[in-house]
Each structure stands twice: as structure tokens, then as C-alpha cells.
Design a protein around this ligand. Structure first.
Ligand code: PBG
Ligand code: ZN
Length: 325
């Protein structure tokens, strides 16, 4: 029997009641803050399509890490936009490259802050694809996997607290695990971008990371947005290969995928609230069309409610500060 016996509004009648019966709690502990590292010193260059986000030289990244730590952020993820790009992605293999340098500098200043390193080739290749390109224009899976594993080892050696392959090549988690273990990095977790969709929401990121493909698109390696079951296949394969955490990306348009993945696995599930999701809220807020803080809380809470344990978001320091007010 329903109404009048049942009145769900009884539990919504005051903020105290609402707080007590709240099912999902957004906390700063769940958030990972992405940084974009560029060459130089004293560089803090605004990313036009992502208001509030800058490309940072290593010294400025340390200052950004300070700001994040003071806000209460527990983890960062680093992306690099080197200027030297080639077919081999040499910049990503360089032990003195931007990411190793940034990891060392940030860990030196804030040893307890977790520093994850995104592992991909697109920021370092002259063609901007996430793997090696064959003469036919196809992306070669297996040679790309070999290079990706070397990039991951390069970052693990530099002291990364986790490596996060975002390329979507088949078999890269296993190749990375083997190479890391062989070199003694048994305790470096792999955060796999397991269900990464070919998404229009990455547009602003490509300005920030200078990683837009020079030809074609990423649809032959990233997932078709129409597919949900396939996400489970990708996630289960990555877990078999040794992934410690799995990611769904983007987050907001894929809440069903997050929920299905959550139900299917026991490892932590990460969702990436991507650049386009950030920029949409920013742009509407700048025009006075939306309440930024409320929209961010609602978006991130929805991602947690769907089943994510952790969220990578450009709003991480803001959210920590807003929660502390
Ligand atoms: C590239 C990469 C992308 C993002 C993270 N790593 C873009 C892409 O695949 O083209 C997107 C992140 C964002 O939009 O915030 N491997
Ligand atoms: Zn890539």
C-alpha cells in the first residue's frame, strides 16, 4: 500500500534528515586532479577551451601541486605535451623527459601526494595517434604495445605511484605488468583506461595536451559510443591482464556503463569527468546560465551514484575547497 501510509517526503523535510539518509557522499578523497606539463620554466599558459586550467612547466606544476595539496587533493595524474614529436614517441621514452622530471619534482616536494602518470603515445608522436602508424595508415597494435610498456617503465622508474595506459591497444596491460615486474616494479599499480570511448567530449583536452591526430580519428582503437556490453569485455580482459583499477571514460554520458562495470568487477572503478564535461559547465556558468558549484556537485555525485569509486576531474581542487566551506 502506498499513499497515504507512505510519504517519502517525511525524510526530505529538513537538511538534517536529508543529510542522514543521503546514499552517496562526495568527498575530496575520491578525486584525482589532471595536470598538463609543457617544456620551459615559469610557463603557466591558459588553455582557452578549459577556463581555469593551464599548461604548466615543471616548476609551475610543483606550485599547482602545492595548491592542490592545500585544498586537500590526494592524487594527481600527469599528461605531457612535449614540443619534440616523432614517429617513435621518443619524448615519452626519455628518462629526462617532461613526465619523469615532473614526477621527481612533485614527489620531492610532496612525498605523500600520489602522482599517477598517463601512459600514451599521442602527446609524443608527430602524427598524434596513440600508437605507431603503419604505411597503410593503420595503427599497429603490437609494436605500439611494446613502446607503451617501455613508456610505463620509464615513468615507474621516475617514481610514478601508478601508471595509467590510455591508448586502448589490445594487450597493453599485460605487457606493462610483465615489463614492470621484470624490472622490480612489483608494487606500481596499473590504472587501465579500460572502457574508453571515441568521444567528442575530448575536444578541449586536445588543445591542452596538443595531441589531436593529424589525420583520421581514433575510432579504430577507442570504443564505439553505442556499445555497452563491449565495455564489460574490455574491462574483464584488462583485469585478467592484471589491471589494478579500471576506468570508464567519459563519465556523464556513460553512467549506465559505470553501473554495469561496477556490478561486474571487484576492483575499484574510476570514471573520467573529461575536458568537454568540464568545459560545458564552465561555459554555461561564465554566461550566468547555470550555478557552477551546484552543477558540479550534481554531476560528480551522479557519477558516484552510478558506481564509480574515484573520479578524475579538473574540478578536484575546487570541489575540495567547496566541501570545506
Ligand atoms: C589521449 C587522451 C585523451 C584524453 C586522455 N588521454 C584524448 C584522446 O583520446 O583523444 C582525454 C581527457 C579529457 O578529455 O579530459 N590518450
Ligand atoms: Zn593517446
Amino acid at each position: 500500500m502506498g499513499y497515504p501510509l507512505h510519504r517519502p517526503r517525511r525524510l526530505r523535510q529538513s537538511e538534517i534528515w536529508r543529510r542522514m539518509v543521503r546514499e552517496t557522499r562526495l568527498t575530496g578523497d575520491a578525486l584525482i586532479y589532471p595536470l598538463f606539463i609543457v617544456p620551459g620554466r615559469g610557463v603557466r599558459r591558459a588553455v582557452v577551451s578549459m577556463p581555469g586550467i593551464c599548461q604548466l612547466s615543471v616548476d609551475e606544476a610543483v606550485k599547482e601541486a602545492k595548491m592542490a595539496v592545500e585544498a586537500g587533493v590526494l592524487a594527481l595524474i600527469l599528461f605531457a605535451a612535449p614540443t619534440e614529436k616523432d614517429a617513435q614517441a621518443s619524448a615519452a621514452l626519455d628518462p629526462k623527459g617532461l613526465v619523469p622530471e615532473a614526477i621527481a619534482a612533485i614527489k620531492h616536494a610532496y612525498p605523500k601526494l600520489l602522482v599517477w602518470a598517463d601512459v600514451c603515445l599521442c602527446g609524443a608522436t608527430d602524427h598524434g595517434h596513440c600508437g605507431h602508424v603503419l604505411p597503410t595508415g593503420e595503427i599497429d597494435n603490437d609494436s605500439s604495445v611494446e613502446t607503451l610498456a617501455k613508456v610505463a617503465l620509464n615513468y615507474a622508474r621516475a617514481g610514478a605511484d601508478a601508471v595509467a595506459p590510455s591508448d586502448m591497444m589490445d594487450g597493453r596491460v599485460l605487457a606493462i605488468r610483465k615489463l614492470l615486474d621484470g624490472a622490480g616494479y612489483l608494487n606500481t599499480p596499473i590504472v587501465s583506461y579500460a572502457a574508453k570511448y571515441a568521444s567528442a567530449y575530448y575536444g578541449p583536452f586536445r588543445e591542452a595536451a596538443q595531441s589531436a591526430p593529424a589525420f583520421g580519428d581514433r575510432r579504430a582503437y577507442q570504443m564505439d559510443p553505442a556499445n555497452g556490453r563491449e565495455a564489460l569485455r574490455e574491462v574483464l580482459l584488462d583485469i585478467e591482464e592484471g589491471a589494478d583499477l579500471v576506468m570508464v571514460k567519459p563519465a556523464g554520458p556513460y553512467l549506465d556503463v559505470i553501473a554495469r562495470v561496477r556490478a561486474a568487477v571487484t576492483v575499484p572503478v574510476v570514471a573520467y569527468h573529461v575536458s568537454g564535461e568540464y568545459s560545458l559547465i564552465k561555459a554555461a556558468a561564465e554566461r550566468g546560465w547555470i550555478d557552477e558549484r551546484a552543477a558540479v556537485f550534481e554531476s560528480l555525485t551522479g557519477i558516484l551514484r552510478a558506481g564509480a569509486d574515484l573520479i578524475m576531474t579538473y574540478y578536484a581542487p575546487d570541489v575540495c575547497r567547496w566541501l570545506a566551506e
